[in-house]
Design a protein around this ligand. Structure first.
Ligand SMILES: [Zn+2]
Length: 129
């Protein structure tokens, strides 16, 4: 994947993970440009099949296209950032997973509904939703 495509994907995503909306500036690890439909499932390198993802979302999703709904047990398609709206699938719920942290809970204000990534700055997180 060439650098122009990576730059395009990063700019389109406004430098935020397209799954959890975590801004790149909030973490040290560089976000991945990932294939929404993995190459092993005949996905392509076309920008319409690429998304910017933080480490946790990218590792959690992997090459998967579906998951099992924990409430119904149904097999469901995973969120597709090019075809679906983030707000149709996720919501900012505040410190819903803050109990996973043993540190300063006051600074942990947001959690991703996809991967559980916890954001440490409310202004950075909510400004991008
Ligand atoms: Zn993420």
């Amino acid at each position: 994947m060439d650098s122009a495509v990576r730059q395009f994907v990063r700019q389109r995503a406004e430098d935020c993970c397209e799954y959890c909306r975590l801004p790149q500036e909030a973490v040290d690890a560089t976000f991945h440009v990932e294939h929404i439909i993995a190459l092993q499932h005949d996905g392509t390198g076309d920008p319409s099949n690429l998304a910017l993802a933080c480490d946790r979302c990218n590792l959690y999703k992997g090459p998967n296209l579906t998951g099992i709904d924990s409430e119904t047990g149904a097999i469901v398609l995973l969120f597709h950032p090019r075809q679906e709206g983030w707000r149709d699938h996720f919501a900012f719920r505040g410190p819903t997973r803050a109990n996973r942290w043993s540190g300063d809970l006051q600074s942990h204000v947001g959690a991703c509904g996809f991967c559980g990534q916890v954001e440490t700055s409310q202004s950075k997180f909510s400004a991008r939703l």
